[in-house]
Design a protein around this ligand. Structure first.
Ligand code: BGC
Length: 495
């Protein structure tokens, strides 16, 4: 990992890539120094993206303050602090066949699970993943939900084996919908706005469960949504099924968000309508957080060019959809103003979102002395022929952006833990507390994950850190949604 600014180098004899007719890279040798002007630009970038402990502490404190403001009154802060209507989490007693549908990114998943109660737990699961055609992300609401209902119908038609629906029951489904929704009950909610690049017309302002139900009716599919949940809430429920100490769930994938268990007496906006359980799950929608973040011209330009300018600023700084794009913007500037890649004018690099976060991850994991994988990514993504000095700079930029993102995500987690601890001393730091994490960014980008853990440790210190377990809960949200469908079933519980 390159932490310091790499001095410009004369990279005599370093290889660059050209594809042969067979598509295999052919090594070509040439010499080109990394221009001196890139050094100051890189130093400036690092300075602007720096996240020393005082900055992280301010972010954590602002997160906690924004949480309180959002709990006081709707619209009280950037953080919507959405009431999930999930007042109790799975106990392990749940039994029967339940479905889940997980819509939150470019793929959606359908899943069925046969639950066997305390003794047998999860008897069987089956799932299918479907890629949403690009045009549906920009189409109409009906087109999107018809497509989902079709895939769901096909999936349900293959039920068999270990899966049994109790007689006289309709199939019930937990619907994980990972966009900001103003929840109106456990099985209804109004889409506030799309995020993560979705721009489907006609859904915002509508009940997404009604949209799905109508599409299921059009398809003749006999299924009922019994729980509508955010993916963070699904993850929390799924993780809690196995571990009673889970109090917070965080998604770091294409988008980002967090939810946690809140005491109802700490939610003034409930106006006395508190459930008897005394606790409820709050979906923070922390992607909209924006206070005190160290931002650069690249972030501001990306935001201005986005389909939701001025919104989801924290998400745009720390989540998987955007890290690659930020780096691309830095590279465009450095190749134009600093001749990072010599005289080449890498046209393909000018296309937004051509460089993706998995590319950054691949480049940062390149341990070859000539950074061959970095060279290959630059060539494949943008047709850039690079020499080793430039590749080192590119890795350094990736590291700078991933480091800022991971550390700011860690500060957000600490903000939530601190808020919970301040309200109930000993609730978090006085015992083992688990933060369930999921999402491709957290799972696959090792350096990002390490930076996140490092920031949590920096902020909490070794003593408090001992009780906080940050745990990967892989794909927990699907099972979690099915479990919540079970606990909110319209039928008498046989558990
Ligand atoms: C959405 C959240 C979601 C998160 C992670 C964000 O863009 O607004 O509702 O939980 O992505 O999928």
């Amino acid at each position: 990992m390159l932490m310091a600014c790499s001095p410009p180098k004369m990279a005599l004899g370093s290889p660059s890539f050209r594809r042969s007719a067979s598509g295999m890279p052919r090594i070509r040798m040439f010499a080109r120094p990394v221009p001196v002007s890139v050094g100051p630009m890189l130093r400036e970038l690092k300075k602007e993206c720096d996240t020393p402990v005082p900055v992280l502490r301010r972010v954590a404190e602002a997160m906690a303050a924004d949480m309180r403001a959002g709990l006081a009154v709707d619209g009280g802060s950037d953080l919507k602090m959405i009431l999930s209507y999930v007042h109790s989490l799975p106990t392990g007693d749940e039994k029967g066949l339940f479905y889940a549908l997980d819509l939150g990114g470019t793929n959606f998943r359908v899943l069925r699970v046969q639950l066997g109660g305390k003794d047998d737990r999860v008897i069987a699961t089956e799932f299918e993943q479907v890629t949403i055609p690009q045009e549906l992300m920009f189409g109409t609401s009906e087109e999107l939900f018809d497509f989902i209902a079709l895939k769901l119908t096909n999936f349900a038609a293959n039920e068999g084996g270990k899966f049994h629906l109790s007689s006289g029951r309709m199939r019930e489904i937990g619907f994980t919908f990972s966009f900001p929704v103003r929840q109106t009950s456990i099985d209804s909610g109004i889409l506030i706005k799309w995020t993560k690049g979705f721009a489907v017309s006609g859904t915002a302002g509508k009940d997404v469960v009604a949209c799905l139900n109508e599409a299921m009716v059009r398809r003749g599919l006999d299924m009922r949504v019994s729980a509508l949940v955010n993916d963070t809430v699904g993850t929390l429920a799924g993780a809690r099924y196995w571990d009673d100490d889970v109090m917070v769930a965080v998604i770091l994938g294409t988008g980002t968000n967090a939810c946690y268990v809140e005491r109802t007496d700490a939610i003034p906006k409930l106006n006395g309508h508190a459930p008897s359980s005394g606790t409820t799950i709050i979906n923070t929608e922390w992607g909209a957080f924006s206070t005190g973040l160290p931002l650069t011209e690249f972030d501001r330009d990306m935001d201005a060019a986005s389909i939701n300018p001025g919104e989801q600023i924290y998400e745009k700084t720390i989540s998987g959809m955007y890290l690659g794009e930020i780096v691309r913007r830095v590279l465009v500037k450095m190749s134009k103003d600093g001749e990072l890649f010599g005289r080449q004018s890498p046209e393909k690099l000018h296309t937004p979102f051509t460089l993706r976060t998995p590319d950054l991850c691949k480049m940062q994991n390149d341990s070859s002395s000539d950074l061959l994988a970095v060279g290959a990514v630059l060539y494949d993504v943008a047709g850039i022929e690079s020499e080793v000095g430039a590749r080192e700079v590119v890795v350094d930029i990736c590291d700078t952006i991933a480091r800022r993102g991971g550390r700011l995500a860690g500060a957000g987690i600490v903000g939530i833990l601190q808020k919970m601890e301040e309200d109930s001393s000993g609730l978090i730091f006085g015992k083992r507390t688990v933060v369930a994490m999921d999402g491709g960014l957290y799972e696959n980008y090792t350096q990002y994950r390490d930076y996140l853990h490092e920031a949590v440790a920096d902020l909490l210190g070794p003593e408090l850190c001992r009780n906080v377990v940050i745990e990967h809960s892989k794909d927990g949200s699907g099972i979690g949604a099915a479990l919540l469908a079970a606990s909110n079933s319209k039928y008498d519980h046989d558990f």
